[in-house]
Design a protein. Sequence first.
Length: 128
Amino acid sequence: MNPTDASTIVLLDDNLLSSSGLMTALKRAGYRVVLLYEARDAPARASAAAPRAILVNLASLAWNATALVRNLKAEPGLAGVPIVGFAGHKEVERIAAAREAGCDHVAANSAIAADPAAVLRRLLERTS
């Protein structure tokens, strides 16, 4: 997939330091990024953005990531929108819970930080 069509990505991340780096990298790759830093009303707000994919910080202390992923998957306007969660590679229980909740892919923080566009590109090629 070539994101030059300004495909929209919703980024759910309450860590403003990491989210700014992710946003910069994704924008450079041609994506339009909508940052949501609160879980409240996130499914409806994400749906209104009509995203191509959703990135979720699974390690956030501001929300229950498992419940958030389930709520995103249940939102009618997000049917078929892939969700990529990211967390530390040693957070085995958190990763398993996110997958069970419906996360289409879970990436290590290091992979997301290094090249978030590549992670999205691989996922979107698989799901297209």
